[in-house]
Design a protein around this ligand. Structure first.
Ligand code: CRA
Length: 836
């Protein structure tokens, strides 16, 4: 095919195969120019941060022809584009990833040397990461954007440019302290504001009915307030391809910076009030992972970014003179959980009220365009909006939802005549207690596909969460198991392992993780196993240094690094891990050390600021760490570390340094998990329950290379139905009794027997997460771990097989599945021609 004739800016055409502008000289010159002209600095007085900014701008320049050509290609050759709608994008640091994907890491290192910087790491360390997400869901969106670009699929990620992302976590006296995340304070070089493409969004007010020119009865919305969404675009470059997709994040601005009437009558402060109110809209990310608070501002944020995004998509058709009826052929809209589910009503509103389509046509377009991914079964995470709040904020959308619901319930009546119970269960409106809108129902009814994020989870959606919907529309329900990008999580995070893989099987594993299977033939090659183990050791040495600098705790890189990093949640059961640590501590204290392997148990993760039990769990872990690390009897056998402020950047250090990955949630509770995949790729063994994607990880890597424990989802259900009594499990286990006793007497709280009482009370009361029921089996599995660790060759072989067989968990595989079975989109290779 013919390449597009684009005028590319001078100096240089930064495109492959023409490498002009990509060598170390050009990167150096680019940095020098940016230091001088953009940052107003002389190279002689530049700080590390200045150099970070200069290099980032120089790298951004070098993405630009790919980025603009990608946008131009889709404009000139219209085809379906993915719109990934997500309230969170946890994209992590950008510089290293762009260097990697562009292929100019060496050149950048060389350029930095000329500024007297010996290691790229010095520069990478000063980068602020945009914490625009809570955990797995936001990070998944980021991995998916990277895979979409790498697979050359046209895509836009739509979200919110929060001024303050997820809080920074400090640990003070063992407690979590939250500090505002001011990621924008020094300027962030990766975004391109596009004020000319701003969109207007309404809120509140009322609707009124009128008769249009053709005599049709219609409704119109007169909002009482407005906000402006200003797009801030972040280029998302694919790995060694020309495709560069776009992450479009909306910032809320006031419609008028002043209310001139109020200003003229002398009310200066009143005049800025509305401005302040609309700008709070994109001010801060809600710091809850998988729990819904039903807050008004949150619904406002959701409608704000969804409306801007849909208007943007419709505008793109108009600009290209494509009829609005063609929408589903040009956009496939993916809802990342229900946070953007208002899109179903908003698209209907835009099509009916603004584009004057009739109901049936508008519904057909909406349904053909929208698909929904469910990420959780936890009842406290299923979004429900109080009806009066909803009506007050989005009166027109409520009318539309009533009509969607009315038509839907007609269908249900036809299938289940006279069954009022089913009608009540399926209705979008929850009539129990105070009336509320169930967003998962709206999304399920509006979407052409509904998918879960791991095989078990998708199965439970059909069996437990939405069984009647699944009966009504069996073909709608499907699974796409999550994945993670091997570029960031192996190539960039684990340079030692990457080097080894490149040498052994060539560099193509980065885009084809199935090639890792070739490593299987090395499973008995002692030389290779040693090399594999020494890559791991080098990761552990780096992490040990970091741990010492951050926490003052000295850890031994030759000990087993046993890691649990993820949000702190009762269902994730960090307390189960903590109890296990106490049991090991007791064994060592009692001189039973024969079967103990030297371990460093590492925890990391943030707790939602309003989640009391999660915050107490952090305090609990730190209480245990203090006692263990101060006891000389533990030397060489046990260390406990809580790593503060776990984020993407820290994750990049943790995954390559881990021997044992803790995936110990109560079966049926963790939808998928994605950290579990990052660990396995980097050669950690998993100790885990049959939950989420653990099931598939175990199937792939082999049961003999995975430490399984715990009750299955159906056994948990059975136990719950029988009436779970923790005490019957405690009564059977001496170790458990002693462990609990030690906590109760205040051994980990300086004698304060009250501090951790709430944890004891939950565990021995009606613990919905069945910690006591799984404790003994967990301890047994941990003993297996210790035994296996002592046979280091065997351990290394198991670890190698984890890496070798983890290719399935690449987000490239997930994205291919979405493209084929849900989105029906094809890659659109981007070609660049250079004018000389
Ligand atoms: N909290 C699930 O709990 C899953 C991710 C991404 C979560 C994880 O098991 O790996 O989504 N769910 O699919 C969620 O956010 C609103 O629900 C998560 O990150």
């Amino acid at each position: 095919s013919q390449s597009l004739d684009l005028r590319l800016p001078t100096p240089g055409c930064y495109a492959d195969p023409v490498r002009a502008g990509m060598d170390a000289d050009a990167v150096f010159d680019g940095m020098t120019e940016h230091l001088f002209f953009t940052l107003g600095k002389l190279a002689t007085s530049a700080s590390l941060r200045d150099l970070y900014m200069a290099l980032s701008f120089a790298v951004r320049d070098r993405l630009m022809s790919r980025y603009l050509t990608s946008q131009e290609t889709i404009r000139a050759r219209p085809q379906k584009t993915v719109a990934y709608l997500s309230a969170e994008f946890l994209i992590g640091p950008q510089l290293n990833n762009n260097l990697l994907n562009l292929g100019i890491k060496k050149e950048a290192e060389e350029a930095l040397k000329r500024f007297g910087i010996e290691s790229l790491n010095e520069i990478l360390e000063v980068e602020e990461e945009p914490g625009l997400g809570n955990g797995g869901l936001g990070r998944l969106a980021a991995c998916y954007m990277e895979s979409l670009a790498s697979l050359q699929v046209p895509a836009v990620g739509y979200g919110i440019r929060y001024e303050f992302g997820i809080f920074n976590q400090l640990i003070r006296d063992g407690w979590q302290v939250e500090v505002t995340d001011k990621w924008l304070k020094g300027g962030w070089p990766w975004e391109l504001p596009q004020p000319d493409e701003a969109c207007l969004v309404g809120f509140g007010g009322q609707t009124e009915s009128y008769t249009d020119d053709n005599g049709n009865y219609r409704s119109r919305w007169i909002p009482s307030e407005h906000a402006i969404g200003v797009p801030h675009d972040v280029p998302v470059l694919g790995y060694r391809v020309n495709s560069c997709d776009r992450l479009r994040l909306w910032r809320a601005d006031a419609t008028e910076s002043f209310d001139f009437y109020a200003f003229n009558i002398g009310d200066y402060y009143g005049a800025v009030e509305e401005k302040v109110a609309s700008e709070t809209l994109s001010k801060v990310l809600y710091p809850n992972d998988g729990t819904d608070e039903g807050r008004r501002l949150r619904l406002k944020q959701q409608h704000f970014f969804v409306s801007c995004s849909l208007q943007d998509m419709l505008r793109s058709l108009e600009k290209r003179s494509i009829a609005v009826e063609e929408f589903p052929n040009h956009w496939t809209v993916q809802l990342n959980d229900t946070h953007p589910a208002i899109a179903v009503a908003e698209l209907m509103r835009l099509l009916i009220d603004q584009h004057r389509l009739d109901w049936d046509k508008a519904w057909e377009i909406t349904n053909r365009s929208v698909a929904y991914t469910n990420h959780t079964l936890l009842p406290e995470a299923l979004e429900k909006w109080d009806l009066s709040l909803f009506k007050n904020l989005l009166p027109r959308h409520l009318e539309l939802i009533y009509e969607i619901n009315r038509r839907f319930l007609q269908q249900v009546r036809l299938k289940y005549p006279g069954n009022d119970l089913i009608l009540r269960k399926l209705s979008i409106i929850d009539e129990e207690g105070g009336k509320a809108i169930r967003m998962a129902h709206l999304a399920t009814i509006g979407a052409h596909h509904v998918n879960g994020v791991a095989a078990l989870h998708s199965d439970l959606i059909k069996r437990q969460l939405l069984p009647e919907f699944a009966q009504l529309w069996p073909e709608k329900f499907t699974n796409v198991t999550n994945g993670v990008t091997p570029r960031r999580w192996v190539a960039l995070a684990n340079p030692e392992l990457s080097k080894l893989l490149d040498k052994e099987i060539g560099p193509n594993w980065i885009t084809n993780m199935d090639l890792l299977l070739e490593l299987e033939k090395k499973e008995n090659d002692s030389n290779f196993l040693d090399l594999f183990a020494s890559a791991k050791l080098s990761g552990k040495r780096k992490l040990a240094g970091y741990i010492h600098r951050q926490t003052g705790v000295l850890v031994d890189p030759s000990s087993l690094f046993d890691v649990q990093v993820k949000r702190i949640h009762q269902y994730k059961r960090q307390h189960l891990n903590a109890l296990q640590v106490i049991a090991q501590y007791l064994r060592i204290k009692n001189g039973i050390t024969k079967n103990i392997a030297p371990r460093t148990v590492i925890f990391g993760g943030k707790a939602a600021p309003g989640y009391f039990m999660a915050k107490l769990m952090i305090r609990f872990i730190n209480g245990i760490a203090d006692v263990v690390n101060a006891d000389p009897d533990m030397d060489g056998l046990l260390r406990v570390v809580f790593l503060p402020d776990y984020n993407v950047k820290l994750g990049e250090q943790v995954y390559p340094a881990t021997d044992l990955s803790e995936q110990i949630s109560t079966a049926g509770k963790e939808a998928s998990g994605t950290g579990n995949m990052k660990f396995a790729m980097n050669g950690a063994l998993t100790i885990g329950t049959l939950d989420g994607a653990n099931v598939e990880i175990r199937d792939r890597v082999g049961a003999e290379n995975f430490f399984l424990f715990g009750k299955t989802e159906s056994e948990i259900m059975e136990l719950r139905d029988q009436g779970y009594s923790p005490n019957s499990f405690i009564a059977e286990s001496n170790e458990l009794q002693e462990t609990l006793k030690l906590i109760e007497v205040g051994h980990f709280s300086n004698g304060d027997s009250e501090l951790f009482r709430p944890i004891i009370n939950i565990l021995t009361g009606n613990d919905p997460f069945f910690v006591m029921a799984d404790f003994d089996d967990y301890l047994r599995a941990q003993d297996e771990v210790s035994k296996a660790w002592k046979k280091s060759k065997k351990w290394n072989r198991m670890a190698l097989l984890n890496t070798a067989r983890s290719g399935f968990f690449s987000s490239d595989r997930s994205i291919r599945e979405y493209c084929q079975s849900i989105w029906k989109v094809k890659p659109l290779p981007v070609e660049i021609s250079c004018e000389k």
